[in-house]
Design a protein around this ligand. Structure first.
Ligand code: GN1
Ligand code: MG
Length: 368
């Protein structure tokens, strides 16, 4: 029963009205998320409550500090643009103790957000507008944070998109073989060794200073954008747990990986998985409508490389977790991480075949 998971938590937050109902949302792979309904003065008021995964986020206080700084900055910016921050920026709900985090008796951390009415997080695009708007929203997010002092941000997960380091961790997991699964995935392991250089290419460019570090989102799935259900316009970027200094290439690439694929991230039938070039173009148009002229030439030209690197990185992370015995991502079956790995490998192979086409589309669109 969902209520039993959260009943001791609810009184600690400044929710308005009386509790009505809670539904667990299952699309996230890390935190536990609940949609809450309260009744206040004859009206329903909605909130999101989250239990932060301590294994993944070792320092929840730092996560909340980042979110509170970034959302304050964004709220000020939207206000100065004459837009309503309450529709465009996540709003943390304070606890009765005046904090934004509640620690329960088991030592778990909880936080809550206000819910933007009429806004929907789609797990997959339903209309062309959703794809364009997702691109526009993630592009705008980067642009609006371009004057945010990056040194004020904690690195909530160190080396999160350091793909080179991720490869070393993967090699260590192969060697450790903690779950006794390595012998069954030799072909998959080989796949990542073959792509080792490609995976390290963005980290190299950052280290050499060829492209800049920026304040980036780092988890740009389409369901991290709230879309207005009446107008189909993007309203608000959510899931700010991994906002950290990073590369715009990863943000672009991860969004394409997720919203321009013809199938879900964990589709078991790999014959259904490919990169939809129409969706690629639509997303890129949206993204560039905010970032063309702001990102450097080198970044713009390398956006398609971001698509390859992040897809490979995620496939390798899923395989690493499979070999480690499913300790990081939530799984719904013992093979779930392997299914995810194979789906992302199939997607990557199709992206590699379409790499030149992606480059041509980007060149065409930035030249406009
Ligand atoms: C995790 O839980 P969710 O959906 O926000 C993961 C991302 C992955 C994603 C894959 C902190 O995000 O990096 O891309 O799963 N988040 C973390 O679906 O590791
Ligand atoms: Mg996330």
């Amino acid at each position: 029963m969902v209520y039993n998971d959260i009943k001791f938590i609810l009184p600690h937050f400044c929710f308005r009205g009386t509790y009505r109902d809670a539904v667990e949302l299952t699309s996230g792979n890390i935190n536990n998320t609940y949609h809450l309904t309260f009744r206040n003065k004859g009206e329903d008021v909605h909130y999101t409550l989250q239990h932060i995964n301590k294994y993944v986020f070792k320092h929840p206080v730092e996560v909340i500090e980042n979110i509170s700084r970034v959302t304050s900055h964004l709220a000020r910016t939207y206000e100065s643009l004459g837009e309503d921050p309450e529709r465009h920026v996540l709003q943390l709900i304070p606890t009765r103790e005046g904090d934004f985090l509640h620690q329960d008796q088991q030592g778990n951390y909880w936080r809550a957000y206000g819910f933007i009415t009429g806004a929907v997080a789609y797990d997959a695009p339903r209309k062309d507008a959703h794809i364009f708007e997702t691109g526009r929203a993630f592009g705008q997010f980067q642009r609006l944070l371009s004057d945010f002092p990056a040194e004020q941000l904690h690195e909530t997960i160190p080396d999160f998109h350091n793909t080179t380091r991720r490869f070393y961790n993967f090699v260590a997991s192969v060697a450790a073989d903690r779950a006794g699964r390595v012998a069954g995935v030799e072909d998959e392991i080989e796949f990542f060794f073959e792509r080792r250089r490609m995976m390290g290419s963005i980290v190299k460019m950052l280290e050499k200073g060829e492209i800049p570090y920026r304040v980036t989102h780092n988890d740009t799935k389409i369901n991290n954008i709230l879309i207005d259900q009446d107008t189909d316009k993007a309203l608000c970027v959510i899931d700010l747990d991994t906002v950290m200094p990073g590369s715009s290439l990863y943000d672009f690439g991860d969004a394409i990986r997720f919203c321009a694929s013809t199938a879900a991230e964990d589709e078991p039938d790999i014959s259904k998985i490919s990169l939809d070039m129409r969706a690629f173009r639509l997303f890129t148009e949206g993204f560039l409508s905010e970032t063309n002229g702001f990102l450097t030439e080198e970044e713009l030209r390398n956006l398609p490389l971001g698509v390859l690197v992040i897809t490979c990185e995620l496939a390798m992370r899923f395989l690493t977790d499979y070999m480690d015995g499913d300790i990081y991502f939530k799984v719904r079956s013992p093979e779930h991480n392997l299914v995810r790995t194979r789906a992302q490998m199939a997607l990557l192979e199709d992206m590699e075949a379409k790499y030149d086409d992606m480059c041509r589309i980007v060149e065409e669109l930035i030249g406009r």
